[in-house]
Design a protein around this ligand. Structure first.
Ligand code: GLN
Length: 190
C-alpha cells in the first residue's frame, strides 16, 4: 500500500501529518507519474475550482478518472468531495474541471455565507463508537447518492456529510483538522 496526498492546493500538509502519525509514509502527489505508484489518494480541502484547474493543467484528470474506484482508492474531503462527485450543483460559472467518478450529487457552498463554517459532533458509527468531530468550512452538501453508494454520516437535519462507493470515500467535513484519526484509518482499510 502506498498512500498519496494530492498536493496542488489546499490543506494537504494536515492530511500528511495524520498519515505519518498512523505509521505510513505519504507521498505528496504533484505529477502524473507519481499517480502510477500509489494505491490510495486523498484529495484535500481547499478550492475545488483551483484544484480542478491544476489537475487539468498537469495532465492528471484523465489518469485519475481511469483509476479512481478501480485500482485506486480515493478520499475527497470538502473540495475533494466536490471533485469526486459525478454532478456538481452551483458550479463556478462556465463549469469547473473535475474527476467525477463517484455517483453523488454535491452542492457547493451549500450552507450559505452566514453558516459557511461551523463545528458539530457527528454520529457516525461506521468510523467507530463515539462522536466524531465535524469541522465544516464553506462546506458542500451531498444532496443525492446513487444506488451503489452507502451513506456513512448525516447532520441532525438529515444532510449527508459522508458517503462511500466501494473504494471511493467523500466527506464534506475536515477530519484532517482534528486530532481524531478514525476516518484516515477507515480510508486506509479500503
Ligand atoms: N467551498 C470550497 C469549494 O467550493 C470548498 C471549501 C473547503 O474545501 N473547505 O471548493
Amino acid at each position: 500500500m502506498t498512500v498519496g496526498v494530492l498536493a496542488l492546493q489546499g490543506d494537504f500538509r494536515e492530511h500528511s501529518a495524520i498519515l505519518r502519525r498512523l505509521g505510513t509514509d505519504p507521498l505528496e502527489v504533484r505529477l502524473p507519474a507519481q499517480l502510477a505508484t500509489i494505491t490510495h489518494l486523498i484529495i484535500p480541502g481547499g478550492e475545488s475550482t483551483t484544484i480542478g484547474r491544476l489537475l487539468a493543467l498537469y495532465g492528471m484528470l484523465e489518469p485519475l478518472r481511469a483509476r479512481a474506484g478501480r485500482d485506486l482508492a480515493v478520499w475527497g474531503t470538502c473540495a475533494g468531495a466536490i471533485l469526486l462527485a459525478r454532478t456538481i450543483l452551483d458550479q463556478k460559472q462556465g463549469g469547473q474541471p473535475s474527476v467525477g467518478s463517484m455517483d453523488i450529487t454535491v452542492r457547493r457552498n451549500a450552507y450559505g455565507s452566514q453558516l459557511a463554517s461551523f463545528e458539530l459532533p457527528l454520529d457516525a458509527p461506521a468510523f467507530g463508537a463515539g462522536p466524531l468531530p465535524g469541522i465544516f468550512i464553506r462546506a458542500p452538501q451531498i444532496e443525492a447518492v446513487g444506488q451503489g453508494v452507502e451513506v456513512l454520516a448525516r447532520l441532525p437535519n438529515g444532510a449527508i456529510v459522508a458517503a462511500r462507493q466501494g473504494q471511493l470515500l467523500a466527506t464534506t467535513f475536515h477530519p484532517e483538522l482534528t486530532a481524531d484519526a478514525r476516518v484516515h484509518r477507515y480510508f486506509l482499510s479500503l
